[in-house]
Write a protein of this length. Structure first.
Length: 212
């Protein structure tokens, strides 16, 4: 359930400071499709990949929040995840939209300024797959490339979604569904210019070849 809060951010911080989930994402202007060049040099208010850039330093150049004004921050909005299970995803932010995955590999797109839901995708992972997973039914995030959102579902499917509406573009089994105790949960890291798309498995680290 979405529960917007009315708490305002005080002082000169304005309505476009970091929330509990991100370090600022003010711009909603149309940007080029997400590719290697954009991931390597994202705009300051974006977080386009797992560690923000390929070197995964997890560093943001945003400078409006400092040790001098951090006490002025307040809650801009919050969003309740759909299941009371483990949540381990890094939210991604692109073009004013925040993308996050939930337990059971559910993917949500939210307005980064307001927290309002834009779309929700549920891959309908069979609940018995929880028995095969080592670490609850967590999902560690999505990946962005072009105008698609990629998620590795708990039951081994790699799924491409339309970033605009969350509709499935394609889905691919990445291992034998009958194989016990082999699940995907890590955030895929697409780099189609290099011809690979990595997806962490609990038991191994395969790479999927791009058709590009």
């Amino acid at each position: 359930m979405h529960r917007p809060r009315a708490l305002a951010i005080r002082g000169a911080m304005g309505a476009c400071t970091a929330t509990a989930l991100l370090l600022g994402a003010c711009g909603e202007s149309q940007s080029p499709a997400i590719d290697a060049a954009r991931i390597e040099n994202p705009s300051p208010g974006e977080w386009l990949s797992y560690g923000r850039t390929y070197d995964e330093q997890r560093y943001t150049p945003l400078a409006r929040i400092t040790d001098q004004n951090v006490a002025e921050l307040g809650l801009a909005w919050s969003f309740d995840l759909g299941a009371p299970r483990g949540a381990e995803a890094t939210p991604l932010v692109a073009d004013g939209v925040l993308y996050i995955s939930e337990p059971w590999s559910v993917v949500q797109a939210l307005n980064a300024k307001t927290g309002e839901p834009i779309w929700r995708f549920d891959p309908q992972v069979p609940r018995e797959k929880a028995y095969d997973s080592c670490c609850d039914v967590v999902n560690r995030g999505v990946a962005l490339w072009g105008d698609s959102v990629f998620v590795g579902a708990l039951n081994g499917r790699l799924i491409a979604l339309d970033a605009r509406n969350g509709k499935v573009r394609w889905t691919q089994e990445t291992f034998d569904p009958a194989t016990p105790r082999l699940t995907t949960s890590q955030q895929p890291s697409p780099d189609f210019s290099r011809g690979t798309c990595g997806s962490y498995f609990h038991s191994s680290l395969p790479f999927l070849a791009s058709s590009a």
